[in-house]
Design a protein around this ligand. Structure first.
Ligand code: TRP
Length: 327
């Protein structure tokens, strides 16, 4: 901690009043949840404002999805560039992913996928979905065999959303790495562009983190390079748009730095907020605490019980808000 009460996580200086938002943890300083405007400033992304929404509607000739209209997707990087491409009749592809850490996904996990499906439908573009079974093996107390199985289970939840089967490629890292050497070649190229100091800066890795973690960001970055998918794009360098929750941004800040050095455009991003935990807004829904989340495999009775608990929590949450507004 520095003398002015700031702490440093990676390259971000945050004061004690700040929320913690990174790929491994999300907690807010206030009961009212994460301060997303502050996050935009800290991360250096751009706010999704009414001007961008109007332009999107003009370019597509269709009203935007309610997740955009209602601000669940609130931040972006370079989405204007993607709209420029569409106006010029050029194409792009979508990339999103899932770290399979639980047998069933919960409703918070679905947000980026529901939104990605809508984008795929209106632009009729290819989509790649990365299942990072390797990431969850490295970060969680799970075996390789377990994360391999969870990736398959989660892929079923994702497929159920109804993506275009002709235009969607879902792959697990363990499986695809052995099938396609262009993917691993791009991982290697990215690894050569990033120093240990840089990943320490971006992700806050320390000297005692296992080397698998330190090398992993290149694996999440490689699908941003279209040549990782020769069966879909051949050798063409196609621009990439990533819908994801804002906690994944560190991976793509790193990728946006590397991509131009490898002759690719920087991936564009659409960031979502988090669905709060049922217990209150200061953490996100989490698969590791089953009481905080509604799972896709929950029975109607389980959901009813959880929502009744939520009602009680809301009653204790809202008076605080009202007091603040009156103050
Ligand atoms: N790291 C993500 C997770 O833990 C999974 C992921 C891989 C991802 N590639 C992605 C998420 C691209 C969003 C976009 O869930």
């Amino acid at each position: 901690m520095s003398s002015n009460g700031e702490i440093e996580i990676g390259d971000l200086k945050i004061d004690n009043e700040d929320d913690v938002v990174n790929p491994w943890s999300v907690t807010s300083a206030s009961q009212e949840g994460v301060d997303y405007d502050k996050l935009i400033k800290r991360f250096g992304s751009s706010k999704i404002d009414s001007e961008l929404i109007q332009r999107w509607e003009k370019v597509t000739g269709k009203p935007v999805h309610h997740l955009l209209r209602r601000g669940l997707f609130f931040s972006h990087r370079d989405v204007h560039t993607i709209l420029n491409l569409v106006e010029q009749g050029k194409s792009f592809y979508l990339y999103t992913g899932r770290g399979p850490s639980s047998g069933s996904m919960h409703i918070g996990h679905l947000i980026p996928f529901i939104f990605t499906k809508w984008i795929q439908d209106i632009f009729n573009v290819p989509l790649v979905i990365q299942m990072t079974d390797d990431e969850k093996f490295l970060w969680k107390d799970l075996t390789v065999e377990e994360t391999t199985r969870l990736a398959l289970e989660n892929a079923k939840d994702i497929i159920a959303l109804g993506f275009d089967v002709e235009k969607t490629f879902i792959f697990s890292d363990y499986t695809y790495m052995g099938q396609n050497s262009e993917f691993y070649r791009n991982i290697s190229r990215i690894q050569k562009c990033v120093t240990f100091n840089q990943v320490k800066g971006i992700f806050g890795f320390g000297d005692s983190d296992v080397i698998g973690k330190i090398a992993f960001p290149a694996i999440q970055a490689a699908p941003c390079l279209s040549t990782s998918f020769p069966d879909i794009f051949g050798t063409a360098k196609v621009p990439c748009l990533i819908p994801c929750a804002i906690d994944q941004d560190p991976y793509f800040r790193m990728t946006r730095d590397v991509a131009p050095r490898l002759g690719f455009s920087k991936p564009a991003l659409l960031h979502s907020t988090f669905i709060p935990a049922l217990q209150g807004a200061n953490t996100k829904m989490s698969a590791s605490d089953t009481h905080t989340a509604i799972f896709l495999t929950d029975t109607p009775k389980q959901i009813k019980n959880k929502v009744e608990c939520l009602d009680k929590n809301l009653q204790s949450f809202f008076p605080v808000r009202r007091l603040k507004q009156n103050a």
